[in-house]
Design a protein around this ligand. Structure first.
Ligand code: 0A1
Ligand code: ZN
Length: 892
């Protein structure tokens, strides 16, 4: 729907729906041009006296409405602004509706749409109203019976949620499948799929008895690429049984891969629909990172079956109830999969690799959001378009808020809290507060007198807290005092309030450790426990803790395992960071110290062109030579902060200087440590020809090899280009092929890169997911300009209608190519693409519109350029509600 000024919806305006809807019967006459939907809604009034019945609908043609079998006249109901209002008198009644929609014309990919030769649905958040008139809100839960009719030759497979009750022939070459879902659900979890697919399946013994059928459906001809997905699904089922005690409650669990999909995947009850990028993999087409991402997304959607589906959200302000919790669960699943079979330090560093990746994502995607015009608490207070609130804050910061509860309660306490949550709320639509109350009941039992009252503020306060640290050591007392002080500055629109809202302190679990000057851990006595790590609970503006029995002035290891989503401010010498980077027993904090040291080098380079210090080079050398760390972890600690991370640390933001500094430091490190990189490269490359396996150890080896190659290439080592070319030529898998090719594009001679790109194209042009990589490599190449991406968009394989393709070119250039987007014509290109996408797919357009959220933090020239581009988009007539909310907030 297009509107100039959209209404703002507020959390506090929530009103329960006045009707219960125990049963829904839907019949679909499926046809891509025009699908007819017959709907029977069994309604029961919840109040004493008559209430209007309001149903939502969008882009539908209404053919008839009946109430208890009596057809209504147009004067019996009201139809306006996407709302159909009826005035029933009875307390229980049945409404019958007939309406049509047009899947073929639906480029938004919300509701019922066509992708290739298939029909798919996407209903979260408010897509069901594009299928039929309905109370489209998550707190109305119903049992569904769904009858699907379609041409058998074109749509041999007809799927919906639940169990298949029958599948019969109809006249005229049509057939009909009837699906019954025994679980009541909100309509956002409804799904249907029609088409011709390959299927890979296996049956699984359910915990507690019985069997379940697990199925993965994909485009014809792609069955050889679904083995990993099915294996991941089985791992996810087993993991949820083992770690959370949560069992599969279905006889059949289906995953279907779609080429055209707005997001990663969707947790529809028993019938998950996935972006094919998170299903299809084989060694020739998918990288190690893609394998891990598939595992994470399959886990995520499967875990929603309990956290989201069995217990769902009362309203969309509670989105983080299901998303934050489910991201936390998928992060833990991935970490456990990485650490499988390992013990001790190795297991801890395997888990740390996942933690490092998650925290990097948080810092790149969520911290800027919290500092920008779209800042919102993990439970937003208001929105114009809910589609704009599937954000890093709701998802990733939401997961951090769940993780802090896990840290405060411990694994056993957290699991007890989860059990209590399901005991109280299974089958209900609830709030974030309900979740915290369940956790609090356990927390208070474990810690009499303590509550989560202060902790709850994480749900209502936006912004990233800053925690300042002061440390002193008292030689006479052999005591170390640590003071933590938190600052919660106004965020987003709060800044505009006069006076800005004062924000009370949060409950921050802050894990620390102390090391001797030789890098040995010091045992801490804290709250009756002895450990190398102490968990400080900061609940006031400032607090001081004293540790006794500390024989020397220690080096402090701060925010271990990133125990809270905060920014730490602490002045300390480089030598302390170097010591921590070499010796901290907490693998996350150890990585963090190295990154902090590298960031200082980069910032100094940006300011004064200073060369890297000997201390820094020595530290990297020590990390290269440390025999006790794994390849995967080594690849993380030796990598430099990205240009985007660096940019976030500078004021005003100077993108080109950030790019230059990163490149310069990488080449300096490559040069100074050449023999070591070469040694690492040769050792890790030795088994490149071994059979490919995506297991963590092999993937870690490949990550380290490709990192070594990038340092050698950056340094311009005389053999590097040849090594890259050879790696490309002999690669037995896509990780090595992409590693080599991206190095060539980034650091190599452009002639060679063009040749290899062409070879890559000839080899893979038939595979859309690989072609996405081919497009993305070019859109992110350092020398890519607006002309480069414009010509990529003229390629016959390019289409703005396919979100993956749009992401691989337009988004990659606008969001991941600092030189390109801030170069000539970049901002105009962005505005043009936002508008072009907005006329097709507002959800996707609004995501691109957010590329300039941080415009006001840039130096003068880029700032004014971005502002002008935002103004241009805002001035466009007929902007979608999605994009209009984003650009209006950006320009406030
Ligand atoms: N619930 C899904 C995310 C999702 C949201 C909206 C979509 O359509 C626009 C699709 C998926 C998840 O968290 O995986
Ligand atoms: Zn989710």
């Amino acid at each position: 729907m297009r509107t100039e000024s959209s209404p703002t919806i507020s959390r506090n305006d929530y009103q329960p729906y006045p009707y219960a809807l125990p049963r829904v019967e839907l019949t679909f006459d499926l046809d891509p041009a025009c699908t007819r939907v017959y709907s029977r809604l069994h309604l029961e009034r919840q109040s004493e006296s008559p209430e209007p019945l309001v149903l939502n609908g969008e882009e539908l043609a209404l053919e008839s409405v009946s109430l208890d079998g009596r057809r209504l006249a147009v004067s019996d109901y009201r139809l306006e602004d996407g709302r159909l209002t009826l005035f029933p008198e009875a307390a229980r009644f049945v409404i019958e509706l007939v309406s049509t929609c047009r899947p073929q014309e639906n480029s938004t990919l919300m509701g019922l749409y066509v992708s290739g030769d298939h029909l798919f649905t996407q209903c979260e958040a408010e897509g069901f109203r594009r299928i039929t008139w309905f109370p489209d809100r998550p707190d109305v839960m119903a049992r569904y019976t769904v009858r699907l009719r379609a041409d058998r030759a074109r749509y041999p497979l007809l799927l919906s949620n639940g169990n298949l009750a029958s599948n019969d022939e109809l006249p005229d070459g049509r057939h009909e499948a009837v699906w019954e879902d025994p679980h009541p659900k909100p309509c956002y979890l409804f799904a249907l799929v029609a088409g011709s697919f390959d299927c890979r399946e296996q049956s699984l013994d359910k915990d507690g008895g019985g069997q379940a059928l697990l199925q993965v459906y994909s485009d014809r001809g792609s069955n050889s690429k679904t083995a990993w997905a099915l294996a991941c699904l089985e791992h996810a089922v087993r993991w949820d049984e083992r770690r959370f005690g949560l069992k599969l409650d279905l006889d059949r669990f289906m995953i279907v891969a779609a080429r055209d999909f707005n997001m990663g995947a969707m947790e529809n009850k028993g019938l998950n629909i996935f972006n094919s990028a998170y299903v299809l993999a084989d060694k020739d087409t998918a990288t190690d990172a893609a394998y891990r991402a598939i595992e994470a997304v399959i886990g995520h959607e499967y875990f929603h079956n309990w956290t989201g589906n069995r217990v769902t959200c009362r309203d969309w302000f509670q989105l983080s109830l299901k998303e934050g919790l489910t991201v936390f669960r998928d992060q833990e699943f991935s970490a456990d999969m990485l650490a499988q079979g390992l013990t001790g330090t190795e297991a801890r560093s395997a888990r740390a690799v996942k933690r490092i990746d998650d925290v990097s994502t948080l810092r790149i995607a969520q911290f800027p959001e919290d500092a920008g015009p779209m800042a919102h608490p993990i439970r937003p207070e208001s929105y114009q378009e809910i589609g704009n609130f599937y954000t890093a804050t709701v998802y990733e910061k939401g997961a951090e808020v769940i993780r802090m509860q896990h840290t405060l309660l411990g694994e056993a306490g957290f699991q007890a809290g989860m059990a209590e949550y399901f005991r109280r709320h299974d089958g209900q639509a609830v709030t974030c507060d309900d979740f915290v109350s369940a956790m609090e009941s356990v927390y208070t039992r474990l810690h009499p007198g303590k509550t989560l009252a202060v902790f709850r503020r994480w749900y209502s306060q936006a912004g990233t807290p800053r925690v300042t640290v002061e440390v002193s050591w008292d030689p006479a007392q052999q005591a170390c005092n640590i003071t933590l002080t938190q600052r919660n500055a106004p965020a987003g629109i709060e800044k505009l309030q006069d006076p800005p809202t004062a924000k009370p302190p949060l409950h921050i679990p802050f894990a620390i450790g102390l090391l001797t000057r030789e890098g040995k851990p010091i045992t801490l006595h804290h709250e009756g426990r002895q450990s190398d790590t102490a968990l400080l609970e900061l609940t006031e503006a400032s607090h001081t803790w004293t540790f006794t029995g500390i024989p020397e002035s220690p080096v402090v290891s701060l925010l271990r395992n990133f125990s809270a989503p905060v920014i730490v401010e602490y002045e300390r010498p480089d030598t302390d960071l170097a010591l921590l980077a070499r010796h901290d027993a907490d693998p996350f904090a150890r990585w963090e110290a190295g990154q902090a040291l590298a960031s200082r080098q980069l910032l100094a380079m940006m300011k004064t062109g200073e060369a890297p210090s000997a201390l820094f080079i020595d530290t990297w050398q020590a990390l290269l030579l440390d025999a006790d760390i794994t390849d995967a972890y080594r690849a993380r600690v030796l990598a430099l902060p990205s240009d985007r991370e660096l940019l976030e640390k500078t004021t005003p933001m100077d993108p080109l200087a950030a790019v230059r500094a990163c490149r310069h430091l990488q080449s300096a490190l490559g040069n100074r440590l050449t023999p070591y990189w070469m040694d690492v490269y040769r050792k890790t490359a030795a088994d490149a020809q071994a059979d490919y396996s995506p297991d963590p150890a092999s993937a870690g080896r490949r990550a380290l090899k490709n990192l070594a190659l990038s340092y050698l290439m950056a340094a311009g080592h005389p053999d590097a280009a040849e090594l890259a070319r050879m790696q490309y030529d002999v690669a037995s898998n896509m990780t090595d092929r992409m590693g080599a090719l991206s190095c060539m594009l980034r650091y190599g001679a452009s002639g060679v890169a063009i040749q290899v790109l062409d070879h890559f194209y000839q080899q893979w042009q038939h595979d859309p997911l690989v072609m996405d990589k081919w497009f993305a490599l070019q859109a992110t190449a350092p020398d890519a300009t607006v002309e480069t991406v414009r010509s990529l968009m003229l390629h016959p394989a390019f289409s703005l209608r396919n979100p993956n393709r749009a992401r691989s070119v337009v988004f990659q250039f606008c969001m991941n190519n600092l030189q390109g987007i801030h170069g000539p014509g970049g901002y105009d290109y962005w505005a043009e693409q936002v508008l072009a996408l907005d006329s097709l797919n507002p959800e996707i357009a609004a995501r691109l519109a957010r590329a300039f959220d941080s415009w006001s933090r840039y130096a003068d020239a880029p700032r004014e350029g971005m502002r002008a581009a935002l103004e241009h988009v805002r001035g466009h007539a007929g902007l979608s509600r999605n994009v209009s909310e984003i650009v209006n907030k950006a320009l406030k």
